[in-house]
Ligand binder design. Structure first.
Ligand code: NAP
Length: 517
């Protein structure tokens, strides 16, 4: 069994104490073990601040962009090996694994190309300067500079590759050294990717440290220049926000948490139309990709009453084509959930939803996976529900069942009712709207804005070329208000700002322009 070591203070440390075991969720075979016990976390933070930060800042944006490019290429060269690990430890199908691993290398490549054009400086001008007094010389301008602390990244189990490297790409380009911690149950992939980057000698000393296992007392030592970017459940996010270190030092925190994301079929989404077919395609993909374990997955499907029967039938027919089982078996299109705990939560969650909704497809207790012995693995079948009374339903807007589960909410086809229902999710990462009806969209989209981080609008002109509902692209912001964590990542250069300090400078414009560009 492989031992996942942590990479701290520029060396690999195996950790002491009783290790945690990582399993193959399809076969329950132990694959790896890990422990971070014995690591001096205060020294880890200091190493990032004192060694990693200065090394990165010495390179300027374009130098750091070159590092990202090298990371992307090196990891891509090991793609097949990485896909195998994702399939074994993550229960991913090969397609799921590609989504994660390719997402990581593509995001690194995107930020490499963005950074190449920013030059050798470490500073970013915010916007045009403004004249502050009668003197045309005296201006105010805003400049971003890299924070001089460590960026601590804590990630969820479902995207060990993308989650680790989308954060790494942005922080490193901004000029901050990182200490990254993957979720333990699926840490092997992130470990392997970090190991490849370290072995290749791409990054300067102190720029990248990896913790496999618990973060111990690391967060208690966060200081005023440090940042914490967390992705995971709302409960853990709330706990971490209250940790003494960040609270007393006002360390910056970004939380990406869970979300009841939606798909809205407009009144014009006639059965068989391009927008209708795109909706069905996205609903089924979101239910089955990574076995529905995606923070952006569609959980609530708003369907005009006239289309209910059609949507139920067409989604069900598509789900029928999915073979569930060991991802290494040919023909398998959906793998298991990640852990026994996730399976328990899925079953309990479906039971809760079923108190206010009827199950119109599938079952949370019966599943027949292929390629594994009976009663082995954490398999969950897709379950489609429909609420009985849209106005009184509560759980569908409050409970994220992190598996292949979605619920239909019949609505009257008006923008006002759709907007009101969507807002009950208390803040979501992503929604997709399927309509070409400008009157409907004109009312709905602005009303949805405050409650969502990202909205995909599919009209008939983009129905066949649009990206999928759940695909997070580095060009567009990721994050959402309220229960989604209130955070924001990516979005091109916008993402860098979390890792930088904006300072307002007032003075002689010509001088400041010369000194700060
Ligand atoms: P989780 O249980 O909250 O764990 C997330 C991470 O936090 C893991 O690395 C975990 O480490 C760590 N952690 C837990 N308690 C901690 C503590 N006291 N101090 C420091 N670290 C701690 O979430 P999960 O089960 O991995 O992920 C599923 C959830 O994440 C879902 O709700 C999903 O919606 C959400 N998610 C959100 C996004 C997004 O971008 N918004 C993306 C993906 C997933 P261990 O594994 O070692 O316990």
């Amino acid at each position: 069994m492989i031992r996942l070591e942590s990479y701290v203070l520029d060396s690999w440390q195996p950790g002491t104490g009783t290790p945690r075991t990582l399993l193959n969720p399809a076969t329950e075979e132990p694959l790896a073990e890990t422990s971070s016990e014995g690591i001096d976390f205060e020294s880890v933070l200091n190493h990032a601040r004192v060694v990693g930060g200065p090394n990165l800042r010495a390179l300027g944006f374009s130098g750091r962009a070159a590092l990202l490019k090298a990371m992307s290429r090196t990891l891509y060269a090991q793609r097949e090996h990485l896909l195998d690990i994702a399939m074994a430890n993550g229960g991913n199908t090969r397609k799921d694994a590609k989504f994660d691993v390719d997402g990581a290398t593509a995001t690194l490549a995107y930020y490499a190309s963005l950074g190449k054009n920013l030059g050798e400086t470490n500073l970013l001008q915010d916007a045009e300067s403004e004249q502050l007094t009668q003197s045309p010389r005296f201006h105010g301008l805003h400049v971003w500079s890299p924070r001089e602390g460590a960026a601590v990244h804590i990630n969820a189990f479902n995207f060990p590759a993308w989650g680790t490297f989308e954060k790494a790409a942005v922080a490193l380009l901004a000029g901050m050294p990182i200490i990254t911690k993957p979720a333990t149950s699926s840490a092997w992939l992130a470990y392997e990717m970090v190991k490849i980057v370290i072995d290749e000698g791409i990054l300067p000393a102190g720029a990248l440290q990896l913790i496999c296992g618990s973060t111990g007392d690391l967060l208690d030592h966060l200081g005023p220049q440090d940042v914490l970017a967390f992705t995971g459940s709302a409960d853990t996010g709330a706990t971490l926000r209250g940790t003494q270190g960040p609270v007393s030092a006002s360390s910056r925190i970004n939380v990406e948490a869970d979300s009841l994301n939606s798909a809205v079929l407009g009144p014009d989404a006639e059965r068989g139309s391009e927008i209708y077919l795109a909706a069905v395609r996205n609903i089924v993909t979101e239910m089955t990709q990574k076995a529905g374990q995606k923070c952006t997955a569609i959980r609530r499907i708003l369907v005009p009453e006239a289309l209910l029967e059609a949507v139920e039938e067409d989604v069900a027919a598509e789900l029928d084509t999915y073979t569930i089982g060991n991802p290494t078996e040919p023909g398998v299109r959906m793998g298991p959930l990640a852990t026994a705990g996730q399976l328990r939560d899925y079953r309990a969650g479906v039971a809760t939803l079923a108190q206010e909704a009827s199950i119109v497809y599938g079952s949370a207790t019966e599943v027949s996976p292929v390629g594994v012995p009976e009663n082995t693995g954490f398999f969950a079948g897709p379950v489609l529900l429909k609420v009985e009374d849209t106005q009184s339903a509560v759980a569908v807007h409050a409970l994220e069942v992190f598996g292949p589960v979605a619920t239909i909410l019949p609505y009257d086809g008006s923008a006002s009712e759709a907007a009101e229902l969507l807002a009950r999710g208390a803040g979501s990462l992503a929604a997709s709207v399927y309509s070409s009806d400008k009157t409907f969209l004109r009312e709905l989209l602005p009303a949805m804005g405050p409650h969502h981080g990202r909205i995909l609008v599919i009209d008939k002109k983009v129905a066949d070329t649009a990206t999928g509902h759940g695909m997070v692209l580095p060009q567009v912001v990721h994050g959402g208000p309220g229960r989604a964590g209130g955070g924001e990542e990516l979005g091109g250069l916008r993402g860098l700002r979390f890792y930088m300090q904006r300072t307002g400078f007032q003075g002689n414009k010509a001088l400041l322009d010369r000194l700060l560009s």
